[in-house]
Design a protein around this ligand. Structure first.
Ligand code: TRP
Length: 483
């Protein structure tokens, strides 16, 4: 029996769901603090370039692979290549989904729990960030609290995915994304109308070019990948519910635009408030759970805004988590003929269980370490620094070199003929960036993220006295222009 594949109700539904996947903890928790640490506007500028020249080409490639094959990542690679190696690359994506979701939902669980902390008025007792930090540590040190909210968040994620692509993911995104946006706008207005907000804006916008280094470019690039949900087939899976009538390049643009807009608005909402309340903007990863509660304790109307803020963060995480679970579910449904509800129950539960050691990494398992990393750190490192960059590299190489760029373009034009008539230079740009630029750059990020880049560069400099990455790019550019 051939199963009829479910499709999105509309292209707009896809855009909201894909933007929901993209907009997550990465935008609201991570982007503001890494921008703050790496030179404000200067970093934002570098990041925008990375999004445009690497993010967009790979995003387009992923959505296209999904739509062309109408399959999950494993099925997609299998169908187009027939090779075991490439099928395994798809399998790596499914595993990455599993691993990311297991620790992502731990942090999402904190956010979920903080909605209730905010409601109880706990924040009003914080006089400074060290109190807030202590409170945070005592909460994450409490096994019931941390596992409970991790589980609660999982239940919500499973509920949405259980209800299906159109009835669950699309409908959920159509409800949650507008709410998220309205809450964010409220918080931006609140932030901008505080006395001293301009200091926050200055922090975010005054470019500090001296902070831009090879290191911060790599951070920007790595983040561009994570924030667009690239490298493991989440966008591929969502793309597989599109039809040939849908215009992929325009959808990819809109997803990218929404993701970037929301990251920047989150930065404005957070830094205007942090500066106006005289808090330290450089708290790094602790910014959200240590600094922000203090900000709300000092702000007029802080109780309400605090609840809204953590609701925002939880909704953003939820629409991302459903895309992660959907990759795993789609694999079992397509390839092994499972029923959707079976796959959701089994893998939802399993991922929740695998996430428990990550949750316990903040209390009873804090001292269980391999290579000086807790279980949580290992899951994060494995996914963000290894599986995603390697997956992204393979996706770019596969589309441009293995499947073949020309075949890909024929597929991409379906549903977008008019679009390319007006913008045919984009095909040329896509070719250059996907075929040459992205693979090289992603490879460099990968080396950096596993800590090999610095030593490799140092060695090469020692022998040849040059910077190899710049040289490779230059050679590629010359070869390309010569053609
Ligand atoms: N993009 C999400 C964020 O910014 C996280 C995410 C969801 C993700 N799905 C993904 C990251 C797939 C990589 C791959 O928080």
């Amino acid at each position: 029996m051939i199963k009829q594949r479910e499709h999105w109700g509309s292209k707009f539904g896809f855009i909201l769901a894909a933007a929901g996947s993209a907009v997550g903890l990465g935008n609201i928790w991570k982007f503001p603090y890494i921008a703050g640490e790496n030179g404000g506007a200067a970093f934002v500028f570098v990041y925008l370039i990375c999004i445009a020249v690497i993010g967009l080409p790979v995003l387009t490639a992923e959505i296209l692979l999904g739509r062309t094959t109408q399959r999950n990542p494993v099925g997609a690679f299998k169908k187009l290549s027939g090779s075991k190696f490439w099928t395994a690359v798809g399998g790596m994506g499914v595993i990455a989904g599993f691993v990311i979701l297991s620790f992502y939902s731990v942090v999402a669980g904190w956010s979920f729990g903080y909605i209730f902390e905010a409601m109880k008025g706990t924040f009003s007792t914080f006089s400074d960030a060290s109190f807030a930090g202590e409170h945070f540590n005592s909460l994450v040190g409490n096994v019931t609290w941390i596992v409970g909210f991790h589980g609660g968040f999982f239940l919500l994620t499973m509920l949405v995915v259980y209800a299906g692509v159109k009835g669950g993911i699309e409908r959920g995104s159509k409800i949650m994304m507008p709410i998220l946006f309205v809450i964010l706008l409220i918080l931006v207005v609140r932030g901008l109308t505080l006395d001293g907000a301009e200091k926050g804006l200055a922090f975010l916008w005054n470019p500090d070019w001296s902070k831009i280094s090879g290191q911060s470019v790599l951070i920007a690039l790595g983040h561009a990948f994570f924030t667009l949900s690239l490298g493991m087939g989440a966008m591929m899976t969502y793309g597989s519910y599109l039809t040939e009538e849908d215009n992929i390049p325009s959808a990819a643009f809109q997803v990218l635009f929404l993701d970037t807009l929301i990251a920047i608005l989150a930065g404005i909402a957070i830094f205007t408030a942090v500066f106006a309340m005289g808090q330290d903007p450089g708290a790094g990863p602790g910014l959200i759970f240590h600094t922000i509660p203090v900000v709300f304790s000092k702000m007029p109307g802080g109780l309400l805004f605090g609840v809204l803020f953590f609701l925002l963060l939880t909704l953003a995480a939820l629409t991302s988590a459903i895309s992660l679970l959907e990759v795993v579910v789609a694999y079992f449904v397509d390839e092994l003929n499972w029923k959707r509800h079976q796959a959701v129950l089994v893998f939802g539960l399993l991922t929740f269980l695998i996430g428990i050691p990550s949750a316990l990494s903040f209390n009873v398992m804090a001292d269980v370490k391999w290579f000086d990393k807790t279980f949580f750190d290992i899951a994060d490192f494995l996914a963000s620094n290894i599986l995603l960059p390697v997956g992204g590299l393979f996706i770019a190489v596969f589309v441009a070199w293995v499947w073949g760029f020309d075949k890909a373009v024929i597929e991409l034009k379906k549903g977008a003929v008019n679009f390319f008539e007006k913008n045919d230079w984009m095909i040329v740009a896509w070719k250059f960036f996907l075929k040459y630029f992205a693979p090289v750059m992603i490879f460099i990020v990968f080396l950096h993220s596993i800590g090999l880049l610095e030593s490799a560069v140092a060695q090469i400099k020692q022998y040849w006295g040059l910077d190899v990455s710049g040289l490779i790019l230059l050679i590629l550019l010359i070869r390309y222009l010569k053609k």
